[in-house]
Structure formats: C-alpha cells, structure tokens
Write a protein that binds this ligand. Structure first.
Ligand code: FES
Length: 192
C-alpha cells in the first residue's frame, strides 16, 4: 500500500494535520521546481515528503498500526460467504465483512472498505481476532476495545474506525447464525 493511497481520503488524522501545517511551504517549493523544470529536485522533494509522511505516521501511531497498515491481513471479499454484513460508520464510510464457517469454526474471514487507512488496520486486526475461533468465541473476542488494545491505542478521532470494524464483523457472525436457523435466507440472497 502506498502513502498516497493511505492519504486518499481522510487518512490518519495526525498526518493530515502535519501536511496542512507544511502546505504553504511545500506549494512554494513545488512552484520553484516547476519553474526550474528540475527533475532531480522534484524527485528529491518527493522522497523527502514520503519520509516526512512516514515519520509523522510513526510519531502518531504505534508499531502494530504500522504493521497492519503496511501488510493488511484478509483485505479481500469472499465469494459465497456463510455470513456477511455491511455497516456504515458515523463518518459515512462503510466496512463489509465476510465469514466462511466450517464445523462451527471461522475458517475464513475477509473484509472490504471504502474508508480510511485506520479502518483497514482495524479490519485487519478484527479478522485476525476472529479467524480460527468458534462463533461464540469470536463474538466474545472481537470488540473495539480489544482492537484498540492490540493496536496500542489510536487517536481519539480514529476510535470510531475500530468500532466500525468490530461492529461489521459481529454483524457478519450474527448473519451466519440467522442463516443457520433459516437456510432459505442464504438461497434467497444468492438468487438476487
Ligand atoms: S474515517 Fe471513516 S472509517 Fe475511518
């Protein structure tokens, strides 16, 4: 995942603030470089900007966030899932969770989101928490509090991303349970 992708939307709150603070200085610098048409200078500027972004991320977020951001787990949809749920958060972004269940154990878990980088991080942790557990165990294990604990906390403005990921996963598990009791629901949904 690249930095521009990470900042594509709301990004991580701390980074946006850092970028705003330097905006005028950076715009002036870009204007000067464009005037000079200096390719090396532009490359140098891009490199420095990327390093600055990474440094800002490191200062705001812990190593566990960096790990899940740079290598998100289970960031994919799953075909014909046994349970799925799409939830919209207070920010307007959505997370969709998918689970495949075998012998009452979560054999596969995946997610998609149109939300920020923090949501990808939280979705990644949520799916890891649930994978390999029984439905009941997963319902007990996946919560915003647990995601925040694993990540070493998040800035206040990002806490809702953890709530969104946990809620989507718990609803996907509830969807599985409701289909188990009424299998026609799955057939009906798949035929739509
Ligand atoms: S800002 Fe919307 S989910 Fe993170």
């Amino acid at each position: 995942m690249s930095c521009p992708g990470f900042l594509r939307k709301k990004g991580l709150a701390g980074i946006e603030i850092a970028m705003d603070l330097d905006q005028n200085r950076d715009i002036d610098r870009v204007k000067r470089m464009t005037d000079m048409d200096d390719k090396d200078e532009i490359e140098k500027f891009t490199r420095q900007l990327q390093e600055q972004i990474m440094e800002d991320i490191r200062q705001t977020y812990g190593p566990a966030v960096m790990d899940h951001w740079q290598n998100p787990r289970n960031f994919r949809s799953i075909e014909n899932p046994d349970g799925r749920a799409r939830v919209q958060g207070v920010c307007g972004d959505t997370v969709e969770m998918f689970v495949k269940v075998k012998d009452e154990t979560i054999a596969e878990c995946g997610f998609q989101t149109d939300g920020c980088g923090t949501t990808i991080v939280c979705g990644s942790v949520a799916t890891e928490l649930a994978s390999g557990k029984s439905i009941i165990e997963a319902l007990g294990a996946v919560s915003a509090a647990e995601i925040l604990k694993i990540l070493g906390g998040l800035p206040e403005s990002d806490v809702h991303c953890a709530q969104l990921a946990a809620e989507a996963l718990r609803r996907a598990l509830a969807d599985y349970l409701s289909q188990k009791n009424a299998p026609w629901k799955k057939k009906y949904r798949n035929s739509q």
